[in-house]
Design a protein around this ligand. Structure first.
Ligand code: UDP
Length: 310
C-alpha cells in the first residue's frame, strides 16, 4: 500500500506517517515545513514543497491524506490574506492527485467550520459565521470552501475529517495551542497564561486517537461524507486545564488571566466554545477514542520533560 501524506512533517501528519509506516505502508510526504519539521521515519521520502507546487506523484497510490495547511490561532496570523487561496489551491492539488490515481482523498478539515457555540456540533449542525474578517475566520472560510469544492468535484472519492482540539506530543507551541503552552510555562516556572475569562470550554483529543479516526475514515468511511473526530468526555474549562497541568507537573507557577490580544496583537480572535458530537464516527466507523484528559496531560508533560532533558 502506498500513500501521499501532505503536511507529513507537521503535528498530526507526522503521527499519521509513523503509524502508516509501522503498519507496512510506503509513504511519500509533502510539506512546506511552515508548521515545523518533525522527523520522518527511515524510508519515507519528504518533498519540501507546498502541495500546489509539488510534482504530482508519478506512482500508483492507494490513498491521499491531505493535512497540509497553516494552523493555530496564533500561527495563522502571519498568513492573513493568503489563507483562503493557499487552502483551496492545496486542496485542489491533493484532489487532482487522488483523481489521477483513482484512490480516496481524506481531507483533514476543521471543527472551526461550524462556528456555533450553542451546543455540541454534529455534522448536521449549521455553519455560523460571526461578523468580522479575522485570520481565524479566513481559516474557517478557506477550510469550508476547500471541503465544498472537493465534495463537488466530479468522480472524486473524498471523505472529510473534522477534528476538534487535537493535542499531544510534537504539537507546536508557536501555533498558540494551549496544552503545550501551559506545560512549557509550568515547567519553566512562569505564569500560565489563561485567556480571559477562563470559563471557555474545549474537548481535547489525543493525536493517537485522531490517527485512529483518520484511518477508520479511510477504511470504512463513505465518499461524500464528513466525520467529526473529538472526545466530548474530555471537555473542560481552560481554567480547569491550567490547574490540571499545575498538578501534573508539580509546578509552583501561578495562573494569570490575560487578554490574548495583549500577547498576540489585535488580529487575534478567540473561538466560541467547541464541543464535538462524534456519534457518527463512533457508530458508523467503530471509532473508539481511548485517551482521557488526565492521560493526555501526563503524556504531553512527559514529552516536554524529555525534550528539555535531551
Ligand atoms: N488558551 C489560553 N491560554 C493560552 C493559549 C490558549 O487560555 O496560552 C485558550 C484559548 O483561549 C482557547 C483554548 O485555550 O479557549 C484552546 O486554545 P487552542 O489554541 O489550543 O485551540 P482553539 O480551540 O482556540 O483552536
Amino acid at each position: 500500500m502506498r500513500a501521499v501524506v501532505t503536511g507529513g512533517a507537521g503535528f498530526i501528519g507526522s503521527h499519521l506517517v509513523d503509524r502508516l509506516v509501522r503498519t507496512g505502508w510506503e509513504v511519500l510526504a509533502v510539506d512546506d515545513l511552515s508548521g515545523g519539521r518533525n522527523p520522518v521515519p527511515p524510508g519515507v521520502e519528504l518533498h519540501h514543497s507546498t502541495v500546489q507546487a509539488a510534482v504530482p506523484p508519478g506512482v500508483p497510490l492507494d490513498a491521499v491524506f491531505h493535512l497540509a495547511g497553516k494552523v493555530g490561532p496564533v500561527g495563522v496570523l502571519r498568513w492573513a490574506g493568503q489563507i483562503v487561496k493557499d487552502t483551496v489551491d492545496a486542496a485542489a492539488a491533493a484532489g487532482e492527485w487522488a483523481l489521477r490515481a483513482g484512490c480516496p482523498l481524506i481531507d483533514v478539515s476543521t471543527s472551526e467550520v461550524y462556528g456555533d457555540p450553542t451546543g455540541p456540533n454534529s455534522e448536521a449542525s449549521p455553519r455560523v459565521f460571526q461578523p468580522g474578517t479575522s485570520a481565524r475566520m479566513e481559516y474557517a472560510v478557506g477550510k469550508l470552501a476547500a471541503e465544498t469544492m472537493l465534495f463537488n468535484t466530479d468522480g472524486l472519492d473524498v471523505r472529510v475529517v473534522r477534528p476538534f482540539n487535537v493535542t499531544g506530543p510534537r504539537q507546536l507551541v508557536d501555533g498558540g495551542f494551549v496544552l503545550p503552552r501551559f506545560v512549557r510555562q509550568a515547567l519553566a516556572g512562569v505564569p500560565l497564561t489563561v485567556y480571559q475569562p477562563g470559563s471557555q470550554r474545549r474537548a481535547f483529543t489525543h493525536v493517537a486517537d485522531i490517527v485512529d479516526g483518520i484511518l477508520a475514515v479511510y477504511q470504512r468511511g463513505r465518499s461524500g461524507e464528513a466525520y467529526n473526530l473529538g472526545r466530548a468526555e474530555n471537555a473542560c474549562t481552560i481554567r480547569e486545564l491550567a490547574d490540571e497541568v499545575l498538578a501534573a507537573t508539580g509546578s509552583r507557577s501561578r495562573v494569570s488571566i490575560v487578554d490574548p490580544c495583549d500577547l498576540h496583537g489585535a488580529g487575534f480572535r478567540e473561538a466560541a466554545d467547541k464541543v464535538p458530537d462524534a456519534t457518527k464516527a463512533r457508530r458508523e466507523l467503530g471509532w473508539a477514542p481511548r485517551w482521557d484528559r488526565a492521560a493526555i496531560v501526563v503524556d504531553v508533560v512527559g514529552y516536554w520533560q524529555r525534550s528539555a532533558a535531551a
